[in-house]
Design a protein around this ligand. Structure first.
Ligand SMILES: [Zn+2]
Length: 307
């Protein structure tokens, strides 16, 4: 049975900031066996972004806690840390980032005092450094006050192929993927409840996006289908036991997008025209489709022109 624990902020409890009440709720879903997931809301980074749009999870083992993604600001990271403290006094041993995107990493700063191992893909530290300025500007523009203190915290430990972490009563197997959603994708397989944290290799409800390589992403999704997982936590969207279906849905969208963009290029259609026509048959199946799909075409069209 899933229990929804609502953690209200002081402002929400006293009722003095009515307009912010909804945003000040920090809901944590208990998916069983010491695993908890906070679901961000489906907002695009260019439309209403407030730093809290992805899934941020934690796993409580007998020796300590592992965090998988920390949200997009120090504020979200602090809320996540408070949620952990309400569940367990055990130390936070590991903070894992599934990839470089800003909505997944800027809560890291909230865990600095815990002195955990910050863990990411072998290429994550470089990718973070290359984006430091761009993301700082983006945060300042979109997060306002919440951008303050949301400092970039890079990995102290990296995963080149696979790496096992021991939480006492369970193990976590981290896998560094080839270029797919980004060039810094890491997934996490938890052994006790057989839970796979797929990061942004899997989107549910929200339109999948990519900046890495569409063929690589389709291939990594295919590989994930042979996972021993009983349930999957995607990078965005609900936790699911029907995860093969979810992977198939995401893969189908990407296959349609790839085929349509290739067909547009073959017919000599411009990228602008492909942006409004590609993968149109998938439009009603996904949230934030127009903005995400246009961005995807913009990413893959130039690369596919050279095929
Ligand atoms: Zn992402």
């Amino acid at each position: 049975m899933r229990i929804l624990m609502i953690i209200m902020s002081l402002a929400a409890l006293t009722g003095c900031v009515h307009a912010q009440t909804a945003h000040d709720n920090f809901a944590i879903e208990n998916i069983g066996d010491g695993i908890y997931v906070h679901h961000g809301v489906h907002l695009d980074i260019d439309e209403g972004y407030q730093g809290d749009i992805c899934n941020a999870s934690f796993i409580v083992g007998s020796k300590g806690v592992a965090v998988v993604d920390t949200g997009g600001s120090l504020k979200v990271g602090k809320q996540l840390r408070e949620a952990i403290r309400k569940v367990t006094p055990l130390p936070v041993l590991y903070v894992i980032n599934t990839h470089v995107h800003p909505d997944h990493i800027y809560g890291n700063a909230a865990f600095l005092a815990d002195n955990p191992a910050f863990i990411g893909h072998d290429k994550l530290a470089t990718a973070m450094e290359l984006r430091r300025e761009q993301y700082a500007k983006l945060n300042a523009r979109l997060l306002g006050e919440d951008a303050k203190g949301s400092e970039l915290v890079k990995p102290t430990r990296s995963v080149k192929t696979t790496q096992e972490l021991d939480l006492g009563d369970r193990k976590l197997m981290l896998t560094a993927h080839p270029v797919a959603h980004t060039n810094t994708d890491v997934s996490v397989m938890e052994s006790k409840a057989s839970t796979l944290f797929a990061g942004d290799l899997l989107f549910i409800e929200r339109t999948p996006v990519l900046e890495g390589d569409i063929k690589g992403l389709i291939a990594e999704i295919e590989k994930l289908k042979s996972s021993p997982a009983k349930q999957v936590v995607p990078g965005h969207g609900p936790v699911t036991k029907n995860w093969v279906e979810a992977l198939n849905n995401a893969q189908h969208y990407l296959n349609v997008l790839l085929a349509d963009v290739r067909a547009s290029i073959k017919k000599g259609e411009s990228m602008e025209s492909a942006m409004s026509s590609a993968a149109a048959s998938e439009r009603d199946k996904w949230k934030l489709f127009d903005i995400a799909n246009r961005r995807n075409v913009n990413t893959i069209y130039p690369a596919l022109e050279w095929e």
